[in-house]
Write a protein that binds this ligand. Sequence first.
Ligand SMILES: *Cc1c(COP(=O)(O)O)cnc(C)c1O
Length: 238
Amino acid sequence: MAVDADILANLAAVRERVDAACMAAGRAPDEVGLLLATKTQPAARIAAAVAAGARLIGENRVQELAEKDAELTALADGRPFERHFIGHLQSNKVNQVLRYVSCVQSVDGVELADRLQRRLEALDRTLDVLVQVNTSGEASKYGAAPADAVAVVQEVARRDRLRVRGLMTIGLQSPDEAAVRASYRALRELRDHAADTVGAGLPVLSMGMSGDLEAAVAEGATLVRIGSAVFGARPRTP
Ligand SMILES: *Cc1c(COP(=O)(O)O)cnc(C)c1O
């Protein structure tokens, strides 16, 4: 797979933004990782990003994971990459998703946790998960309500096949920077509360996208999820 000059330059520019945001926040740049959100991108574009140095890929739909898997694996040509699931996971897709991902970032309640636990028992394996929280309160967004988030983390932590590593949020989509930052601060505060409650470290805060990664890094993000800043604008999906 040849290196795509645009993807290489875009990845470098995003990494520079993350590094600058870390400096501004008095954080070490290596505290913040980059996940590429690759929904609607063909396997060849994702493989180009892997060739340019990307190592972590996030998909929103099980169908896309399945459709791109063989081609992506072939084009990656032995370069290592990992996939996380970052979309809404329907219970009937649990069996399938486990074939492709090392982490489900979108666990939003006990029912999904139970489904995953049962399937993982059958496969005799474990899975990293994040609990997704709907910090913006928008009805269109998935995730546990902030008021329920700590209890959901507690429930997930009781299931021995699930290793809860932290929290994820999509955050508020708004031009009001202070409000966006408040939604990310809310996730960090919930994480701190949940970590105290379950008595475990919850190191991962997956938050921040192309338009607002600086706000997320300022509030403690350890993983930003970037799509359009690397791949360009997506066609509008219905
Ligand atoms: C698409 C997507 C992103 C990335 O969004 P961009 O604005 O394109 O960077 C991050 N997280 C999730 C869950 C997404 O679906």
